[in-house]
Write a protein that binds this ligand. Sequence first.
Ligand code: RTP
Ligand code: MG
Length: 140
Amino acid sequence: MALERTFSIIKPDATRRNLTGKIIAKFEDAGLRVIASKRIHMTRAQAEGFYAVHKERPFFGELVEQMIAEPVVVQVLEGENAILKNREIMGATNPANADTGTIRKEFALSIGENSVHGSDAPETAAEEIKFFFNDDEIVG
Ligand code: RTP
Ligand code: MG
């Protein structure tokens, strides 16, 4: 199978607790390669734009506040079946439902502060990568 790319965010609840290395180790152990990475403090406009699909949901305001509270690490991950593989490593949105060994089971604080974001499909992965990275920042 061809290499696939996905977009990942290590969220503020995780950067605050100094968990970036432990989370990246989970990606690498599963065979995903970090081909772009930067630490940024998201603006409100960026967070609202990135999560625009959720803007009518009751948790939207809280989600935006959480995403801009502290820095995040945005990354592009590459590997075979990277989108699905990353979602498996992340675990269920709600850590209470996440499988043993997943990032959210080990590290997430709640359904909102759930430590990581990962793209859910090829189209969204491409859009999300473009939202945060220029082509010359990605070294595959
Ligand atoms: P993500 O997009 O962040 O990778 O996570 P996901 O697909 O598992 O979850 P999604 O339904 O897309 O929701 C996006 C993010 O919104 C927050 N959320 N809070 N309080 C709530 O009920 C609730 N539901 C979702 C989470 O931070 C989730 O990752
Ligand atoms: Mg999602």
